[in-house]
Write a protein that binds this ligand. Structure first.
Ligand SMILES: Nc1ncnc2c1ncn2[C@@H]1O[C@H](COP(=O)(O)OP(=O)(O)OP(=O)(O)O)[C@@H](O)[C@H]1O
Ligand SMILES: [Mg+2]
Length: 155
């Protein structure tokens, strides 16, 4: 049975606030965790990922891996220990064959990295239930406002 242990609602009013929220959120992440991002084009998923990567001292420029599908970053945690992060963008993935080709299922069950998945709505049935879900809701009136819902689910 799926149980939502915890849902948090946040509001951000700029790209920088979303990066800051991602950075703060990352404090709770451990190697092996999955974070699934939901929300349309330009919602702010990659900005949030930038914040997570900042927390883990990733030196690379973080961008949407839309064309490469999957990026790998090497960072460190607050103890200075190595942390590997996989950043996946499923926007262009449309068939089972394509999920197989990128080795998505293997990636999800890898326990040696933190896994960040944009366009997680594409991965129905491929995503372990135990994960964080980060959902972006845009505002009708304010183009810089985002409501960001963070849920942790187990099993
Ligand atoms: N509050 C906000 N939080 C995040 N981004 C914002 C906010 N307000 C405006 N923006 C703008 O929205 C855009 C978000 O882009 P981002 O690449 O993070 O989207 P995305 O959800 O990853 O989209 P895609 O599906 O194309 O990868 C940026 O251009 C950013 O400047
Ligand atoms: Mg993106």
């Amino acid at each position: 049975m799926e149980s939502h242990l915890q849902t948090q609602l946040h509001t951000t009013n700029s790209e920088d606030e979303t990066i800051e929220l991602g950075k703060h959120f990352a404090e709770r992440l451990h190697i092996g965790d999955i974070v699934a991002f939901y929300g349309g084009l330009g919602a702010g998923k990659t900005e949030f990922v930038k914040g997570i990567c900042e927390h883990f001292h990733v030196p690379d420029i973080v961008s949407s891996p839309t064309f490469t599908i999957m990026n790998q970053y090497d960072g460190t945690d607050s103890d200075g220990d190595d942390v590997k992060l996989y950043h996946v963008d499923l926007y262009r993935i449309n068939s089972q064959r394509e999920f197989d080709d990128i080795g998505f299922d293997d990636c999800m069950f890898t326990n040696n990295a933190i896994k960040l998945v944009e366009w997680a709505e594409k991965a129905n049935g491929h995503m372990p239930k135990k994960r964080y879900s980060v959902k972006f809701i845009l505002d009708d009136k304010d183009e810089n406002k985002r409501t960001i819902e963070i849920t942790k689910s187990e099993q």
